[in-house]
Design a protein around this ligand. Structure first.
Ligand SMILES: Cc1ncc(COP(=O)(O)O)c(C=O)c1O
Length: 432
C-alpha cells in the first residue's frame, strides 16, 4: 500500500496560516511545540456535561474527550476538588487520610494480584515507571508493542510509541505487531499470539531479550480494535511463558469507558503484572498511576526508590474519589454500554461509500474512512472539520490517520448520540 503512515500529532492538526491573534500569540509563545486541533482552532471558554462552549458562543458537542470522562465540570468533582484545595494540598510525603482512602478503594478494583500503587502525574510517567520495573525485573531490554501504539512522551516511552515518529522509527529493541484485527484473518487471537511469539523470538535472537509486552487494551491509536478480547488473554499467555511482564496500558480504556467494568483487562480476564492508568482518573485534575504486584515494586524500590512531588496529593485523591463516586452513582459503565450500542448500531446501518469498518466497545468507537479499499485520511480530516463546522467534535486515529475516533464523555445522552448520527449521516450519505 503506497499510503503513508501518519504520526499521531499530525492527525486533525492545525497547519494553517496564523490569522487569529490568539493563534499568533500561541505560536509566539510555544513555537513548534504547539499542537492545535482543527483547520480553524477553537478558543474554548467553558464546558458542561458533554458540551463545550467557545468564546464566540458556539456550543460544541464533545465526542472526543477522554479527560472529563464523567462530564465536563461535573459538580461533584468540582466540589470535592474545591473543598480539598481550600483545606490542604502538599507533596506526597505526609500522611493523608484522603489519599489512603482513595488508594484502598482503587486497589480493590484492579485485576493485578497483590497490587500496590505508585502515583504519577501523567500516563507517560506511569508507563515509564512500568518499563523501568520490567527491565530491572527481567534484566532484558526488549519490548513488544502494536504498530501504531502511543504510550506517552518521555524518552523511554517515545521509543515504544511508533506512532510518534515523524522521521525514522523505533529502536531495534522494540518490535511491532499489528493490533488484533483483520490483519490476522479468521483467527484473530491465534494470529495475534503468534505474531507476539515471533516478535519475542526476534528480540531474543538479536540478543535484546524480552522484558515486556506493553499493550493499550483498546488499541486506541492503532484505530480502536476491541472486538476480540480473547486476543488479550492469548497475549498474556505468550508473554508469561516467555518470561516477560504484561503491562496493561489502561490510560485510554480505563475507568469504565468500554462499558465492561472499570478495566478492559478485567473484563477480558487478563491478569497483568502491571497496569497503568491516567487521563479520566481525575476528570481533568492531572493525575495518573501505575499499579504493580507488591514484589515487583519492592525489588524496584530496593534499587532506586520512588518519589514524585505532586503525585497522589490530597487534591488528586479527592478528585479521583469523586470520579469513582460519579461512575457508581450515575451507573456510567452501564450507560456507556447502552449509548455506545446505539452509536455502533446507527453507524453500522449507514449506507455510505466512505464508511469502511465500524469498531468499538462502549463509548470508544473507530470508524474507518475509505475510498474503495484504500484508507482515506484526507476525507477523514475533511469530515472532522465539516463536523466541527456543524458543532460536533471527533478525532482521528490509526496508522494512516483514516479512522474517526469517537470517544465522548461517558454521560453522553441518547439525544446527543442521535444528534451526531443525524449530522454525520447527512455528511457521508452523498457520493464518495
Ligand atoms: C494509551 C496511552 N498511554 C499513555 C498515554 C500518555 O498519557 P499522558 O499524556 O498523560 O502522559 C496516552 C496519551 O494519550 C495514551 O493514549
Amino acid at each position: 500500500m503506497s499510503i503513508k503512515a501518519r504520526d499521531i500529532l499530525d492527525m486533525n492538526a492545525f497547519h494553517g496560516a496564523v490569522e487569529d491573534p490568539l493563534v499568533a500569540r500561541r505560536m509566539a509563545n510555544m513555537g513548534a511545540a504547539s499542537t492545535l486541533f482543527f483547520e480553524r482552532p477553537i478558543e474554548m471558554v467553558s464546558a458542561q456535561g458533554a458540551e463545550m462552549t467557545a468564546a464566540d458562543g458556539t456550543v460544541y458537542l464533545d465526542l472526543y474527550n477522554n479527560v472529563p470522562s464523567v462530564g465536563h465540570s461535573h459538580p461533584h468533582v468540582v466540589a470535592a476538588v474545591q473543598e480539598q484545595v481550600a483545606k490542604l494540598n502538599t507533596n506526597s510525603r505526609y500522611l493523608s487520610e484522603v489519599t489512603e482512602a482513595y488508594s484502598e478503594r482503587l486497589l480493590a478494583t484492579v485485576p493485578v494480584a497483590d497490587a500496590r500503587i505508585a502515583y504519577t502525574c501523567s500516563g507517560s510517567e506511569a508507563n515509564d515507571l512500568a518499563l523501568r520495573i520490567a527491565r530491572l525485573e527481567t534484566g532484558k531490554r526488549g519490548v513488544v508493542v502494536t504498530e501504531a501504539a502511543y504510550h506517552g512522551n518521555t524518552a523511554a516511552v517515545t521509543e515504544v510509541s511508533p506512532v510518534s515518529y515523524r522521521r525514522g522509527t523505533v529502536p531495534e529493541f522494540v518490535k511491532l505487531i499489528p493490533p488484533p484485527g483483520p490483519a490476522y484473518g479468521e483467527d484473530i487471537a491465534g494470529g495475534f499470539a503468534a505474531a507476539l511469539r515471533a516478535a519475542i523470538d526476534a528480540l531474543e535472537a538479536e540478543g535484546h531479550g524480552f522484558a515486556a509486552f506493553l499493550c493499550d487494551s483498546i488499541f486506541s491509536s492503532d484505530g480502536v480494535f476491541a472486538y476480540d478480547w480473547s486476543a488479550l488473554a492469548a497475549a498474556e499467555e505468550v508473554t508469561h511463558s516467555a518470561g516477560g511482564l504484561y503491562i496493561a496500558d489502561e490510560v485510554q480504556p480505563g475507568f469504565g469507558r468500554t462499558g465492561r467494568g472499570l478495566w478492559a483487562v478485567g473484563a477480558a480476564r487478563v491478569a497483568p503484572d502491571i497496569l497503568t492508568m491516567g487521563k479520566p482518573m481525575g476528570n481533568g485534575f492531572p493525575m495518573a498511576a501505575m499499579v504493580a504486584q507488591a514484589d515487583l515494586l519492592r525489588r524496584f524500590a530496593d534499587a532506586f526508590g520512588y518519589f514524585n512531588t505532586f503525585a497522589g496529593n490530597p487534591v488528586a485523591a479527592a478528585a479521583g474519589s469523586a470520579v469513582l463516586d460519579v461512575i457508581e452513582d450515575e451507573d456510567l459503565i452501564t450507560h456507556a454500554a447502552g449509548i455506545g450500542g446505539l452509536l455502533i448500531e446507527g453507524l453500522s446501518k449507514m449506507e455510505s461509500p466512505v464508511i469502511g469498518a465500524v469498531r468499538g466497545c462502549g463509548l470508544y468507537l473507530g470508524v474507518d474512512i475509505v475510498a474503495g479499499d484504500t484508507p482515506d485520511p484526507e476525507r477523514a480530516a475533511q469530515l472532522i472539520n465539516d463536523l466541527r463546522d456543524r458543532g460536533i467534535m471527533v478525532g482521528a486515529a490509526g496508522k494512516y490517520g483514516h479512522t474517526l475516533k469517537i470517544r465522548p464523555p461517558l454521560c453522553l445522552s441518547a439525544e446527543q448520540a442521535g444528534r451526531f448520527l443525524d449530522v454525520f449521516g447527512g455528511l457521508v450519505s452523498g457520493p464518495a
